[in-house]
Ligand binder design. Structure first.
Ligand SMILES: NC(=O)c1ccc[n+]([C@@H]2O[C@H](COP(=O)([O-])OP(=O)(O)OC[C@H]3O[C@@H](n4cnc5c(N)ncnc54)[C@H](O)[C@@H]3O)[C@@H](O)[C@H]2O)c1
Length: 453
């Protein structure tokens, strides 16, 4: 199929690259000059495992190209996927500006479309409140009388595993109002649904136990849009829940690791998203929970539970900061090392990363900061420059009064902590993700402070 993908960020780039790899002819549209410059030169502007190799292979094969020309990219496409950003405003209301601008460009491309071609399916992959597809349909209809179809196809990929998740999703959700649209999306994803491809590198290997065919949820656009928000709200709820239990564990002398393991063995609960720590960050959970709460409010419904989830998450990083202040007081003049800047391992994304909030507060306390991250230093430096960024953890540790682990990169978990201890001036390690082997650290003379232990 001929596919246009509008917006080549984390989602759009993973989508366009994988669809090209499955044999579709894909035109990626991106308006950010810096990103487009890199893409035009065959370089991935973001870090995701497997992405660069797949990008190179598919550009070379002539199946994938990038431009800022919406009309040229969309006017002969069978499928037009919108993957632009949907940030929230200060009021938590979702800002549909990027989406509206994309839709207006699609209207222009429809005007330029050869009338002999079938109408394209305009697919919203961006995360949007329930009812947005109807709004987009209306908006398009007021701008063009050319035919088109509308579908909602929310994205569930996880940053850090974006390519893996796109090849091997848990499910594909399609919201549409007619059979032709469902059929078009089925054709688009046929390779993925039936796993009708081999997986030699640069494709990641199929995860063990992966179920084929991939379940496809066929529903209305409104339900599809709600599924995405409900999924993220539920996962965020699990994180805030376990963090509250962890806080309580500290009060009663229980161990959150054992408690989480004990409840996670219950098949109704499951073990995932039960690691206590300094709370969730990233480009999705914070904005999607707020947007859903605000959206509910705009319909006269007070989403009490979600409000608590958001508040617990906001407070969690400050509780952790309070521990650092208590253990290290006075902070003035101390040197602290930060391990991890990305909001989670496997990505260079620092949007809403706890590391940045933490560093801002610590600098106000008069602390000298030294930080590292395998992939996110460049992005962190752009938003926060009051820190010395260094290449590796051992440089971070040099003459440090304490280390704060913020992102659970395997590189940090597997450090030679004896060497770290030798390089440090102090002996405190704050394990913000409860991911370190405390016994090992204590064995080399370090004192570890975590969450709920
Ligand atoms: N990042 C994730 O893990 C993830 C997962 C699932 C869903 N989502 C959702 O997918 C959407 C995109 O997220 P993202 O993280 O990829 O965002 P992003 O900010 O990384 O990418 C969006 C891109 O769209 C481009 N853009 C904006 N307007 C454009 C236009 N009119 N034409 C062409 N390009 C345009 C921007 O320059 C940017 O590069 C959001 O709604 C997000 O909530 C994200």
């Amino acid at each position: 199929m001929r596919v246009a993908v509008i917006g080549c960020g984390y989602v759009g780039l993973a989508t366009s690259t994988v669809l090209a790899d499955l044999g579709h002819q894909v035109a990626g549209v991106e308006i950010d000059r810096e990103k487009l410059g890199k893409l035009a030169g065959g370089q991935a502007p973001i870090y995701e495992a497997h992405l660069q190799d797949l990008l190179t292979a598919n550009i070379s094969a002539g199946r994938l190209a990038f431009s800022d020309d919406h009309t040229a990219s969309c006017c002969d496409a069978d499928i037009i996927i919108i993957a632009v950003g949907t940030p929230t405003r200060e009021t938590w209301e979702i800002d549909l500006g990027q989406l509206e601008s994309a839709v207006d460009s699609i209207a222009e491309s429809l005007e330029a479309r050869d009338e002999s071609l079938d109408p394209p399916v305009v697919v919203t992959k961006s995360t949007v409140p329930s009812g947005t597809s109807d709004y987009l349909r209306e908006r398009l209809t007021t701008r063009t009388d050319r035919p088109f179809r509308i579908a909602s196809n929310p994205e569930f990929l996880r940053e850090g595993q974006a390519i893996l998740d796109t090849f091997y999703p848990d499910r594909i959700v399609v919201g549409a109002e007619d059979e032709e649209t469902f059929a078009a999306l089925n054709e688009l994803y046929a390779g993925i649904i039936g796993q009708d491809f081999d997986d030699p590198p640069p494709r990641p290997s199929r995860p063990q136990g992966f179920s084929i065919p991939v379940p496809v949820v066929r529903t209305t656009t409104r339900s599809a849009e709600m599924i995405k928000y409900a999924a993220n709200a539920f996962l965020a709820t699990k994180i805030s829940f376990i963090n509250e239990i962890a806080n309580l564990c500290e009060e009663v002398g229980a161990d959150i690791g054992d408690v989480a393991y004990g409840i996670g063995l219950d098949a109704r609960i499951g073990p995932q998203f039960l690691r206590a720590g300094i709370g969730y960050g990233g480009s999705c959970f914070p904005k999607d929970t707020k947007a859903l709460h605000q959206h509910a409010g705009s319909r006269g419904y007070t989403f009490t539970l979600l409000n608590a989830v958001i508040e617990v998450n906001r407070i969690q990083r400050y509780r952790f900061l309070a521990k650092i202040r208590r253990e290290l007081k006075p902070l003035l003049g101390k040197t602290l090392g930060i391990l991890g800047l990305a909001f989670k391992p496997g990505t260079d994304d620092i949007r809403e990363a706890p590391s940045i909030d933490l560093m801002r507060e610590l600098v106000r306390d008069g602390v000298q900061l030294r930080a590292t991250d395998p992939k996110a230093i460049e992005n962190a430096r752009r938003v926060f420059d009051e820190c010395e960024y260094v290449e590796n953890a051992y440089e971070v540790a040099h003459d440090c009064d304490a280390i704060i682990l913020v992102t659970e990169w395997p590189e940090f978990v597997g450090l030679d902590w004896g060497r770290m201890a030798e390089a440090m001036r102090g002996n405190l390690v704050f394990d913000g993700r409860n991911c370190l082997d405390w016994e090992k650290l204590e064995g080399v003379g370090l004192k570890v402070v975590g969450v709920g232990r």
